[in-house]
Design a protein around this ligand. Structure first.
Ligand code: FES
Length: 116
């Protein structure tokens, strides 16, 4: 399962990755965290995080065009839902990871699965 928003809260560890000032409405940032490349989006004050790795050919996906919560992979055009990581169109057929995000005291916290 790739949608880490759906796993138990005690299986998620939150880390501060930016302040709300650093990620304004309509903006995105791409971070390297624990060897993972993760993109965080601010859409009208709601924050969403997905892996910046397309499931079609492992290319970066997060710099693609964003429209209605859908990101278009710049390489071959697959669409993904940034709320869930779901692959919406070919050539991608496998979902990509989506991560929970929350804001506390002006800091954006990214939720990552706890390593067993
Ligand atoms: S690498 Fe993303 S659609 Fe091919």
């Amino acid at each position: 399962m790739y949608n880490y928003k759906e796993i138990e809260a005690d299986q998620i560890e939150y880390i501060a990755v930016a302040t709300v000032e650093e990620l304004g409405n309509g903006q995105r940032i791409i971070l390297e965290v624990d060897d993972l490349s993760i993109a965080i989006f601010n859409i009208a004050g709601q924050y969403f995080a997905i892996a910046d790795v397309c499931s079609h050919d492992d290319g970066p996906v997060a710099e693609g065009e964003l429209s209605d919560y859908q990101i278009e992979c710049p390489r071959h055009g697959a669409l993904f839902d940034i709320k869930t990581g779901k692959a919406l169109t070919l050539p991608a057929v496998v979902d990509i990871p989506a991560y929970p995000v929350r804001v506390e005291k002006g800091e954006i916290l990214l939720g990552l699965p706890v390593e067993e």
